[in-house]
Design a protein around this ligand. Structure first.
Ligand code: FMN
Ligand code: SF4
Length: 675
């Protein structure tokens, strides 16, 4: 199937019916907050966002978590809502667009519950409604927002009265009625990830003693009433889906998987649910189910979907780290689920299904699972597809005049610029010092933990070949060699070099983070990684590959500079015994925080000065390899040389300003669209 001839009778292409409504294939767009609405209304930005996700051929589009309750709505938040008739009308345009692609239009109905607590940062008057006020005084866990529960006065929410609960039940039903009226083909009730219904279901969030709390049966009452009233509102022939975190990832504190499979789900079948969407985790405490990062295997909680599929008579949706159509096909064929949700993959490349159906799979840009916060929101814009969220402003036009563009450096920025410039009609030559393309991002992908980072170069390499870009590897680009190519324009994409502190320079066993991964054969058994930021990731990766690892650095926690809070939390759970987080699972990696690198001897002894309890003490560790994971410095000497020769040149990516992958890609794409 890869890239060439297509196997016939693919499971992904088989239509499916839910309550008599035909869905053309088994790939669905997952509910993903788009942050595009204005004052709760669907606007052009929202329409463009959704069109970009579905035009590639998904059979079903689940519109993002949509507010049902007037109480929970806050003006100016980019939140989609169905809590009133006037705003509901704005959904008609969205439904029309979805239908114009022969796609089933569904919408997820949500009440934020405890998840809405982060809104208090922007709206201090806002009071989240929950079954029981937060009771975590003895559990200072850090939610996804990064708020420290113990210290943050915002972390308050109001216990709902029984009347309020009942009113909210009816709000769900009214929202469902509006959804049906404006043309949606079904609704999904959001009961996963620690939103209100999930809060009511869970013994951790629900400590009530009235009819809505206590036993599992009573904790289910709110959910069952929502279904009952929704059914009355939409009629017996209208499909109602539900999303559940079948593993709440709260260990003994939450419902067990068994609670879901032996009690909750059978009761929901009786209540008339037409499709189960199986997810995992809770945003406040262990978000790795709602936001699975690249640290987890692809499809890592599909087994939960299969458990559910084995016990229900209706279709089941599986989800989680599916970043190729082949993998979706694999899960469908194996019988894990009936429909596969793709979320972030359709951010990375909205054309994923079509490229597969047309035998062009290798043209697909595959999600890295990086979960970066590149703007105000996770994944919007996407690290490797900066157009996500900017659909209205990212038109790419053919070049006015064809130019000969030489690009020095075949890292992420150089390759992206080459791709876009070639697509626009320029003649492009790429020069790369290394014998391979992909630069630092590809090298970072040289461990099992980080292997998804290799996706980017795979995509770029394929695209550059397809577009006829000449890529010369093993070539040092100098001002003279470039001048000989007679370029109209040069893009300097030589990346950045990692710095090594003075005390560690010149020792053969000292490597930078990038060198360590580029030449892994140079790594000894005993490794110290100095630098607690991305060094934390490297520590786990090398530990997993059998090294004896010490992680040291100046800070007082690990991964503090990662822009992905989800990855950060994972690293803390694996590395920092002092942090109180659920699902903590400390690896056998020695962690030396608050440690200043003092000296490095030729025989491998490394001395650190550690501050502990206001005392300073020296700590000596003997290593085979010292890996430095600190700052980087732009490689922009070539730019100056070119300018001196009067050659027009622009630095892009890290060569211009050192930053995260997103910045490099975005800069490269924007520059290549301008030239
Ligand atoms: C930016 C973003 C927004 C999301 N918004 C929602 C949401 O509104 N409702 C929901 O149930 N899940 C939401 N999710 C979870 C996704 O629906 C999906 O389950 C998750 O991303 C895993 O699937 P994937 O690996 O295909 O992305 C969101 C995830 C992301 C990354
Ligand atoms: S930002 Fe990263 S995780 Fe999110 S969609 Fe893009 S590549 Fe995937």
């Amino acid at each position: 199937m890869e890239g060439g001839t297509m196997a016939q009778d693919l499971f992904v292409q088989r239509p499916i019916e839910i309550k008599g409504r035909r869905i053309k294939n088994r790939i669905a767009y997952a509910p993903m907050v788009s942050a595009t609405a204005e004052d709760g209304r669907i606007v052009d930005k929202t329409l463009a966002f959704y069109e970009a996700r579905i035009k590639g051929g998904v059979g079903l589009c689940m519109v993002e978590g949509t507010n049902v309750s007037p109480d929970q709505f806050r003006e100016f938040m980019p939140q989609v809502t169905l809590h009133d008739d006037e705003r509901a009308e704005t959904h008609k345009a969205l439904v029309d667009i979805i239908h114009s692609y022969d796609c089933h239009a569904s919408i997820q109905l949500a009440h934020g519950g405890l998840m809405a607590v982060t809104a208090r940062i922007l709206f201090p008057d806002f009071m989240p409604q929950v079954p029981t006020p937060p009771h975590y005084a003895e559990r200072p866990w850090m939610p996804v927002s990064g708020i420290d529960l113990l210290k943050d006065p915002n972390y308050v929410a109001e216990a709902m009265s029984a009347e309020k609960v009942r009113q909210t039940v009816l709000e769900f039903a009214r929202a469902a009625e509006r959804a049906k009226r404006v043309g949606y083909d079904s609704v999904e009730i959001h009961g996963a990830h620690g939103v209100l219904i999930g809060n009511f279901l869970s013994p951790f969030y629900n400590l009530r003693t009235d009819r809505y709390g206590g036993s599992l049966e009573r904790r289910m009452r709110f959910c069952l009433e929502v279904i009952e009233e929704t059914r009355k509102a939409v009629g017996k022939d209208y499909p109602i889906f539900i999303r559940l975190s079948v593993d709440e990832m709260l260990g003994d504190l939450g419902n067990s998987v068994e609670d879901y499979t032996s009690y909750i789900i059978p009761r929901l079948v009786e209540a008339g649910i037409d499709c189960f969407d199986v997810s995992m985790g809770s945003v406040q405490h262990v978000p790795d189910g709602m936001f699975p990062s690249l640290y987890y295997p692809r499809g890592y909680f599909m087994y939960l979907a299969r458990l559910v599929k084995n016990i229900v008579p209706v279709p089941v949706i599986g989800v989680g780290r599916i970043n190729s159509m082949q993998q979706a096909e694999f899960h469908l064929r194996r019988g894990d689920c009936d429909i596969v949700y793709m979320g972030r993959q359709l951010f990375a490349d909205g054309e994923t299904p079509r490229k597969f159906f047309e035998g062009r799979t290798e043209e697909t840009r595959r999600c890295l699972g990086c979960l970066q916060t590149n703007g105000a929101n996770i994944c919007i814009p996407c690290t490797i597809n900066p157009d996500v969220g900017n659909e209205l402003y990212c038109e790419q036009k053919p070049a006015d005049r064809k130019k000969r563009v030489v690009i020095a450096g075949a890292g992420a920025a150089g390759m992206e610029a080459a791709r876009v410039a070639a697509e626009r009609g320029h003649e492009v030559i790429v020069l790369e010092r290394r014998t391979f393309t992909g630069g630092t991002v590809r090298i970072l992908g040289n461990t099992t933990l980080m292997h998804e980072f290799r996706n980017l170069n795979q995509y770029h390499a394929h695209e550059l070949k397809r577009l006829g870009v000449e890529v010369r590897t093993g070539v040092e680009a100098t001002a003279d060699s470039i001048a000989a190519l007679k370029p109209d324009l040069v893009l300097v994409a030589c990346g950045a070099t990692m710095t090594i502190p003075e005390v560690a320079r010149g020792k053969p066993f000292v490597l930078t983070h990038v060198e360590a991964l580029e030449d892994k054969f140079k790594l000894g058994r005993r490794i110290m990684i100095y630098g607690l930021g991305y060094g934390a990731e490297l520590a786990i990766a090398l530990h997993d590959e059998g090294h004896e690892v010490t992680l040291a650095g100046r800070g007082n926690t690990v991964a503090a500079n990662l822009s992905s809070l989800i990855r950060r939390q994972y690293l803390m759970r694996k590395l920092d015994p002092d942090i109180d987080l659920p699902m903590k699972d400390i690896l056998n990696i020695r962690l030396l925080k608050n440690a200043e690198l003092v000296s490095v001897e030729d025989d491998g002894w490394v001395t650190l000065k550690r501050k502990q309890n206001k005392q300073e003490e020296d700590c000596k560790v003997q290593v085979d390899t010292l890996v430095i994971s600190l700052g980087r410095k732009s490689n922009n000497e070539l730019l100056a040389d070119l300018k001196q020769k009067g050659i027009e040149a622009i630095a892009i990516g890290d060569a211009r300003t050192v930053g995260e992958i997103y910045r490099a890609i975005e800069d490269a794409r924007a520059t290549a669209r301008r030239i």
